[in-house]
Design a binder for this molecule. Structure first.
Ligand code: PMT
Length: 225
């Protein structure tokens, strides 16, 4: 039986990739399927939370009862997240946001030209960093880190530089972890310096483990509620 320990809480989850258009037929994106974020939204709703899911393009059915806002670009994800952030008790950013977008979007299909084509890119806003700067005193902020090397170093750096309460890091080169598969292998870094390495498990189970830890943090922040 799922515990009803999130009744009365509002949870904002992001999931999936972003798509950054280049011309009317092409875009930059990444390998995120949305499975990790959708599992978090589904499991939080099952525990009784009101859930808002901001999702990049995926092939997944939106979980019910979850308010799902479909976005495409990092800029659209930024606007949707900022709109809902102030009312959220807990924010979990599982989306794989494109760090860069093409500097300009061609209105016409880019035609084949010389042997080499250089496309200038511009940095996207770091949504998680902005949430960390504006974090409310009662709010819990959880980020993810998708790494291919030096996982611990990058994870600890993201945890502190983005003012997070928890950072869930996955080594996306491991079989059974990261993009698109149904399981994940994560390490959870907490602001108190602790680290927990979880074994390979279904993404729904990973989601439950993350939620369990955030509920404990919320209770501590709110004086044992
Ligand atoms: O969707 P699946 O196929 O199930 O795959 C799951 C996953 C691998 C996408 C997921 O487990 C994961 O690791 N998500 C974060 C991917 C990512 O973009 O990591 P990052 O290390 O580049 O970003 C760090 C954090 O900053 C993330 O919480 C990200 O949402 C956030 N970010 C990044 C860039 C940006 N411009 N804005 C952000 O908010």
């Amino acid at each position: 039986l799922t515990p009803q320990d999130m009744v009365g809480l509002t949870v904002l989850v992001t999931a999936g990739p972003t798509r950054e258009p280049l011309d009317p037929v092409r875009y930059l994106t990444n390998r995120s399927s949305g499975k990790m974020g959708y599992a978090l939204a589904r499991m939080a709703a099952l525990r009784g939370a009101r859930v808002v899911l901001v999702s990049g393009p995926t092939h997944l059915e939106p979980p019910t009862p979850v308010e799902t806002i479909q976005v495409e670009t990092a800029a659209e994800m930024h606007d949707a997240v900022i709109r809902y952030a102030h009312s959220a008790d807990l924010i979990i950013k599982a989306a794989a946001v494109s760090d860069y977008r093409p500097e300009s979007i061609s209105t016409q299909k880019i035609k084949k030209q010389a042997e080499n084509l250089v496309i200038p890119l511009q940095k996207n806003p770091d949504i998680l960093a902005e949430l960390g700067r504006r974090k409310g005193q009662q709010q819990i902020l959880v980020g993810f880190a998708a790494e291919t090397h030096d996982l611990d170093r990058y994870a600890r750096n993201k945890l502190s530089s983005k003012n997070l309460d928890l950072l869930v890091a996955n080594d996306v080169t491991l079989p059974g972890a990261g993009f698109d598969c149904n399981t994940n292998i994560v390490r959870i870094f907490a602001a108190d310096g602790s680290v927990e390495a979880l074994p390979q498990m279904d993404k729904n189970k990973v989601a439950s483990e993350i939620l369990h830890r955030t509920i404990k943090l919320l209770r501590t922040h709110r004086g044992g509620r």
